[in-house]
Write a protein that binds this ligand. Structure first.
Ligand code: AMP
Length: 416
């Protein structure tokens, strides 16, 4: 009986080698940029207590209301596959007493995240984010630095058509008065709003700015905007962030309608969008979250950070990463096993010297081995035959005897 054929679950995908290569490049580029800016790597578990996200991300957000993969473990405890990385890192910051370290603590991460969203291009149920957090500073320099790092990353990767949108939500206290004003406006325009927005006027009025509904969008055009209501220290902070970005040559546009899908943001918020992406045009974004650490049981520690979607970066890059080929393939002409074991030993030596080298694993004859060497893009083939060896250059076809003891020198000396 034929076995059942399985497929990756809906909204998930396999990362095949040509995609994995691009992903490797993105991750290495990011790690180098972070290291140069003094950000240290951190990794947290793939699942956490459900409560962490309910408290951290916020009960009224889409993420917590309907997108979490939540399950009960055998002890009856509610766990959730992490939908985002900031709350877990703040949990780790508090749990491991990182407040005692030199502040701010600057961290970066990369890994899988999970949201039960409707799958479409650029939106998956398991996706990958890389992100940065600077915890323990309220300096606008930290905001500008964090934004600059993401701008640098996208530029260094060569992501085309990127635009930065910037906004500010003010501090939590100052926001209250504005939210009352906004709710009053939304109630006055209730009939023009989408049902979803109408139902959440009290719970999450800011999300009205994020609606795709035509009527709602039209109604929101004239709604009061938070950036226009900023006062005192909030206004000063925002002005400084803008001045620092201007001074460092990071281009942006102020977007008074910018909101984010997580409740913890305060003051600066930003979003990098890309015109090569369809409906899911955001490549990465983030902002300041001055109250989150305290909300998760720590001493107050203002912070700023962002996350970028690796799949979205790859969609925007739309690049092919062909297999890199091999420096050497070692072919064995004779059937006897000494030749095969010598091939493996030589391959080991070449690899130790930093070259890529392969041997036949398919029991092929010499002709088959040449064909295979060609298919995997080997630049040279060493042929072991009757106790001797030949070195063949695959592009010129030139072939000459070689002493196996001199192989590395022959090849690295560029004489092959
Ligand atoms: P967020 O954590 O919602 O602020 O999202 C940060 C970034 O993660 C976005 O800009 C996207 O690039 C990426 N992202 C968020 N949700 C998804 C998803 N469901 N599929 C793919 N990428 C996502």
């Amino acid at each position: 009986m034929a076995g059942h054929k399985y497929q990756a679950p809906r909204g998930t995908f396999d990362v095949l080698p040509d995609v994995a290569r691009t992903r490797g490049r993105i991750e290495r580029t990011a790690a180098a940029i972070f290291a140069r800016a003094g950000y240290e790597p951190i990794a947290t578990p793939s699942f956490e207590d459900t409560e962490l996200f309910e408290r951290g991300v916020g009960h009224s957000t889409d993420i917590v209301r309907k997108e979490m993969f939540t399950f009960e473990d055998k002890g009856g405890r509610s766990l959730t596959l992490r939908p985002e990385g900031t709350a877990p890192i703040c949990r780790a910051y508090v749990e491991h007493g990182m407040q005692a370290l030199a502040q701010p603590v600057k961290l970066f991460y990369v890994g899988p995240f999970f949201r039960h969203e409707r799958p479409q291009a650029g939106r998956y149920r398991q996706f990958h984010q890389l992100g940065a957090e600077a915890i323990g500073t309220d300096s606008p320099i930290a905001d500008a630095e964090a934004i600059g790092l993401l701008a640098d990353l996208l530029a260094e990767l060569g992501v085309p058509g990127v635009e930065l949108r910037l906004g500010s939500l003010g501090s939590l206290d100052a926001r209250q008065a504005y939210l009352e004003e906004l709710k009053a406006y939304l109630r006055a325009h209730e009939t023009e709003l989408a049902k979803e927005v109408r139902e959440r006027i009290d719970a999450n009025p800011l999300r009205a700015f994020d609606s795709n509904d035509e009527g709602t969008r039209a109604a929101m055009a004239a709604a009061p905007k938070l950036v226009e209501r900023l006062e005192g220290e909030d206004a000063d902070h925002f002005a400084e962030v803008r001045a620092l970005l201007d001074a460092s040559g990071v281009e942006y546009t102020i977007d008074p309608t910018l909101v984010r899908g997580l409740d913890y943001y305060t003051r600066t918020i930003f979003s990098f969008v890309c015109d090569r992406l369809g409906a899911q045009s955001e490549i990465g974004g983030g902002g300041r979250y001055d109250g989150l650490v305290e909300q998760l049981g720590g001493r107050p520690a203002p912070a700023v950070g962002w996350a970028a979607g690796i799949e979205r970066i790859m969609l925007a890059l739309d690049e092919e990463s062909p297999a890199p080929g091999r420096d050497v393939f070692i072919a064995v002409a004779d059937e006897e096993s000494e030749g095969r074991s010598l091939a493996l030993i030589l391959a080991g030596e070449l690899r130790k010297a930093g070259l890529s080298a392969e041997v036949d694993l398919g029991g092929r004859g010499l002709k088959g081995q040449f064909k295979h060497a060609d298919r995997i893009g080997a630049r040279r083939v060493v042929i072991l035959e009757g106790g001797g060896a030949q070195l063949r250059d695959m592009s010129s076809g030139e072939q000459r005897p070689v002493d196996t003891g001199d192989l590395i020198a022959e090849i690295t000396g560029g004489q092959a």
